[in-house]
Design a protein around this ligand. Structure first.
Ligand code: NAD
Length: 485
């Protein structure tokens, strides 16, 4: 316990502005809780509008010098950030389990993934290609180049306290932009703890600022109306994303929106069953289902549905649930009571409409927001979990017989983030992938997230892409020069 307290006492809890940890201008603070114990972990400074202004001033100043550095210099700072995180993986993973509740393996996976964005964008920073060509009619030269877009406001959710931030910070810095990040109030500590490392890596004071706040609408809206801001990059729910898109219109900001999902999984009768079970486990249980990419609806061909359900239920039942800080635990706690109650509601609704509970199904008694790995079979089409994000460790199984019918059902949603397909028949599998209205498809894989790939959704799951080559373009403005010489 005292070791735990010693660790927690090293984590900064003030705002991070201009390279300094400072209390909020009105001295307000809010509590951060451990979802596994419901105990208070820390009291964190809550930013006000005056703090947002101070952060914008700092970022504006720092960006001038940063944008003027060579791509190679920026790249080396980012690479150093990746190296420094490698030395501290255990500490970050522990901190993530404490404030988010997820298990140690998930937390380790997250911090490695989060760090990788610094390495990837260190490599991309020196590859901001342009174009030079002849205009077909006039013969003038068309010169196309990319410039830093300007200050960026970054708003992130609680489900990946490190990775959702680094996925934006790294490309923004690679592009030459300064940023102000507003982490989720549930999980601000990881982002604050990252700042001394960025400083050590050589990120200049003021270039990255962190503003936790209990007044997100007010503070973010204020920043989005400052003329120095040119980009708003948001990860979170579709409902909040819509509001930010409306606000972004006032200053015509470039919006990058990573929003909600409702991922379908299609398991064909010719799927390799080991691959399908492993893939669905990963797609569902990574981050205990609290992921925008989480498998939400599992459609299994009727010929293999019994075998699939039996094997998946065995695998899900074998998982160990408990305090994520214990390395033996597979499944940690959900982030808060609200999330837990939503999961309970989805399960009760599906059961009342005819679904069968194969395992799990009820919240665990006692302290902490624990919901066990749950498999529901025979889930009816009108169950709420078929239409909304479950965001918890619940697999909802339905069956299908016809390929066209299952594609229609998979596409029948306002979301379009990711879908998963399992089949050993590659011709058919590729044809199905191409007919799915999703920004990403996992084919015989339950994991699509990769810093080297363009992550993002179509339809109401978002706008723009994070990671890959595209990730840096979100923070750059294209300039075309028409020249004659
Ligand atoms: P949320 O939308 O409630 O909150 C996200 C962030 O927005 C938080 O920092 C919050 O404080 C802030 N916020 C809330 N209201 C705001 C407002 N009016 N103005 C400005 N900021 C505001 O989402 P959440 O509950 O933290 O996260 C879960 C959601 O995030 C899920 O829908 C999930 O699918 C989505 N998500 C998407 C991706 C993706 O890449 N597509 C990744 C992770 C999570």
């Amino acid at each position: 316990m005292s070791q735990h307290n010693d660790f927690i006492n090293t984590i900064p809890t003030d705002l991070y502005i201009n390279g300094q940890f400072v209390p909020a201008s009105e001295n307000g603070r809010f509590g951060v809780f451990n979802p596994a114990t419901e105990e208070t972990l820390a009291s964190v400074a809550s930013a006000e509008i005056a703090d947002a202004d101070a952060a914008l001033d700092a970022a504006e100043k720092a960006m001038i010098e940063w944008a003027a550095r060579t791509p190679r210099e920026r790249s080396e700072v980012l690479r150093k950030a990746w190296e420094l995180i490698q030395e501290r993986l255990e500490e970050f993973a522990y901190l993530i389990t404490l404030e988010n509740g997820k298990g140690k393996t998930d937390a380790m996976g997250e911090i490695r993934y989060a760090a990788e964005f610094f390495r990837w964008f260190a490599e991309e920073a020196v590859r901001a290609d342009g174009l030079i060509t002849h205009a077909p009619a006039s013969g003038a030269r068309i010169i196309v180049q990319h410039k830093p877009a300007g200050l960026a406001v970054l708003v992130t959710p609680w489900n990946y306290p490190a990775a959702m931030g680094t996925r934006k910070i790294a490309p923004a810095l690679a592009a030459g932009c300064g940023v102000i990040i507003k982490p989720a109030a549930e999980t601000p500590l990881t982002m604050l703890a990252l700042m001394p490392l960025l400083e050590e890596a050589g990120v200049p004071a003021g270039l990255v600022n962190v503003l936790p706040t209990s007044k997100p609408a007010e503070v973010v809206d204020h920043m989005m109306h400052d003329p120095r801001v040119r980009v708003v990059s948001f990860t979170g729910s579709t409902a909040v994303g819509r509001k930010l898109l409306k606000s972004a219109a006032d200053q015509v900001l470039t919006p990058a929106m990573e929003l909600g999902g409702n991922a379908p999984v299609i398991v064909f009768e010719d799927a390799d069953m080991d691959t399908a079970i492993e893939g669905v486990m990963l797609a569902k249980m990574r981050n205990l289902g609290e992921a925008c990419t989480a498998a939400n609806r599992v459609y299994v061909h009727k010929d293999v549905a019994d075998e699939f359900t039996k094997r998946l239920t065995q695998t899900m039942s074998a998982l160990k649930i408990g305090n994520g800080a214990d390395p033996a635990v597979d499944v940690g706690a959900l982030v808060n009571l609200d999330t837990l109650e939503k999961v309970v509601g989805f399960v009760n609704d599906a059961v009342a409409k005819g679904a069968k509970v194969e395992c799990g199904g009820q919240r665990l008694p006692g302290k902490g927001f624990f919901f066990p790995p749950t498999v529901l079979s025979n889930v009816p089409e009108n169950a709420n979990c078929v239409h909304d994000e479950i965001f918890g460790p619940v697999v909802a199984i339905q069956t299908f017989e016809d390929q066209d019918d299952v594609i229609r059902r998979a596409n029948d949603t306002e979301y379009g983030l990711v879908a998963y397909v399992f089949s050993e028949n590659m011709k058919r599998a590729m044809q199905v992938c191409e007919r799915l209205d999703y920004g990403m498809v996992g084919l015989n894989r339950g994991l699509v997230s990769d810093p080297a790939a363009p992550f993002g959704g179509s339809k109401q799951s978002g706008l723009g892409r994070e990671g890959g080559h595209e990730g840096m373009l979100e923070f750059m403005e294209t300039q075309y020069i028409s020249a004659t010489w």
